[in-house]
Design a binder for this molecule. Structure first.
Ligand SMILES: CC(C)(COP(=O)(O)OP(=O)(O)OC[C@H]1O[C@@H](n2cnc3c(N)ncnc32)[C@H](O)[C@@H]1OP(=O)(O)O)[C@@H](O)C(=O)NCCC(=O)NCCS
Length: 445
């Protein structure tokens, strides 16, 4: 990447930096990641995330390290999970401790260019319970998480520590049990209701049966995944999403920069897994002010929208509707009632997200809300989007018909066109129903 591309990339990443700050990301790094030559770059990227105030919990695996400790011995597996005997337990723990040691040492080193000292904390945050006997098989010291002390973890995260969890835990009776590390990552992410659960894998992400990378996977597409390892990851991630994690990501540990690309670019590098469509059209709140400003500022500079100072947006934010995607405001519109009519103002869609019906959806929402408020028409003042509105039922009219209280604010220099669309009054039934179900409309209060 040359300097200019770096600059563009950095600027484009700003909204993601803002939306990820103070969020909790749970990451799974298998033991093979620790042995890979890209490991050092991953550690650097983790240090970078921590420096951006992202709260990190890392769960590590240790398969190759355990295999190394076992030597010629076998760790029996039923097809469902390993059986950990009393005799094998110390050998497995020794493999886990090798992996943990490497990870902890690497994180403690931070990143040479950043001069960061990372605080890494590990402890008995997860209580264990035995798997017990399944189908007649006693899994002995193989266990699962009985209880995850989220308060203790949150306290560490609040202290800016990276929480490092190994795949074992102790039961209240003091016995030790070995966990499936992938499952542990899912359980921890779900308990913390993390923003993201990120699995590092040996491939770029999840592939369909034709080996094409799936950029975004939802529950209904799960049947497209045939590879059993990928299916396990997709299942776990989706199950975490169903239990309160906002989204999951599967990315390639061998690829330098895959983590940053996934988190800070629009298209990502791997597969994003979500429960359902992650775009929401809703009434704006004070938390959206920065996002709205970020969206409209370039359009104001281009003269497409009237300049609105931050203070104005802050006080009038509840007039706005926003479409939020991935924590970012990607489109917005505002409704201002004037003497029985409503002005549709500040309609904007982020340039990367245009031509996908978002403008239309916002218009429909504004029309709906205007109807609920009993307004007879909505109008716009536009310099460059006249055809967009006329294609959607607006007609040009003389400035004289502008409501008086709005006319006195009209900027004759801008010479905007006035377009209006009549609104059919809702039936009494619809009105009652809408009021009952949509109490979030601020103009009603
Ligand atoms: C106008 C705007 C909000 C539309 O957003 P969007 O999410 O892309 O809207 P939609 O997907 O519903 O509509 C896209 C269609 O409108 C067309 N369109 C976009 N801008 C247009 C304009 N200024 N005039 C006429 N048509 C326009 C697109 O070509 C596309 O047409 P197609 O469906 O035939 O391909 C967006 O282009 C924008 O933010 N423009 C800059 C700000 C602006 O001018 N706002 C209006 C202020 S009054």
């Amino acid at each position: 990447m040359d300097e200019r591309n770096n600059l563009k990339w950095f600027r484009a990443s700003t909204p993601y930096i803002n939306s990820h700050r103070h969020k909790t990301f749970v990451m799974f790094l298998g033991g093979e990641v620790i042995l890979d030559r890209n490991f050092v770059n991953i550690l650097g990227d983790i240090a970078l995330l921590s420096s951006l105030d992202i709260r990190l919990v890392i769960i590590h695996g240790a398969e190759p390290q355990i295999a190394n400790s076992l030597g010629e011995r076998e760790w029996p597996h039923t097809g469902l999970m390993h059986i950990t005997s009393q005799e094998l337990l110390p050998i497995i723990l020794s493999g886990i401790s090798q992996a943990r040691h490497k990870l902890e040492a690497g994180l403690s080193k931070g990143h040479a260019n950043m001069r960061l000292e990372l605080l890494v904390t590990a402890g008995n945050f997860v209580r264990a319970k035995p798997i017990g006997i399944k189908n007649g098989v006693d899994y002995q010291h193989t266990g699962t998480a009985r209880n995850i002390n989220s308060t203790a973890i949150e306290n560490q995260l609040a202290n800016k520590a990276i929480v490092l969890l190994s795949p074992f835990g102790h039961s209240p009776s003091g016995e030790t049990f070995i966990f499936d590390a992938h499952e542990l990552a899912k359980d921890v992410a779900s308990t913390l209701r993390a923003e993201k659960l990120i699995y590092f894998s040996a491939d770029d992400g999840i592939r369909d049966s034709d080996k094409n990378l799936i950029n975004e996977l939802t529950e209904s597409q799960l049947s497209l995944v045939s590879d059993p390892t990928q299916k396990k990851l997709a299942d776990l991630t989706l199950s975490a999403c169903l239990q309160g994690v906002c989204r999951g990501h599967i990315i390639n540990y061998k690829r330098d920069g895959a983590l940053l690309e996934e988190l800070f670019t629009r298209d990502g590098s791997g597969t994003q897994i979500i429960k359902e469509s992650y775009e929401k059209l809703r009434i704006a709140t004070s938390n959206d002010v920065a996002g709205i400003l970020e969206l409209i500022s370039p359009l104001e500079l281009d003269g497409l929208l009237v300049k609105r100072p931050r203070e104005l947006i802050e006080t009038e934010v509840n007039h706005f509707r926003v479409i939020e995607r991935d924590g970012m405001v990607v489109a917005c519109a505002a409704l201002y009632p004037f003497e029985g009519k409503g002005e549709l103002a500040c309609l904007a869609t982020h340039v990367h997200y245009r031509n996908d019906n978002r403008g239309e959806l916002l218009l429909a929402r504004i029309e709906h809300d205007a109807k609920i408020l009993g307004l007879s028409a909505i109008f716009v003042l536009t310099t460059q989007a006249e055809h967009w509105f006329s294609d959607r039922g607006f007609s040009e009219a003389a400035i004289d018909v502008l409501p008086d209280s709005r006319k006195c604010l009209y900027n004759y220099q801008r010479n905007s066109k006035y377009l209006e669309k009549l609104i059919q009054a809702p039936s009494e039934n619809t009105r009652k129903q809408d009021r009952a179900t949509r109490l979030d409309t601020p103009e009603q209060s």
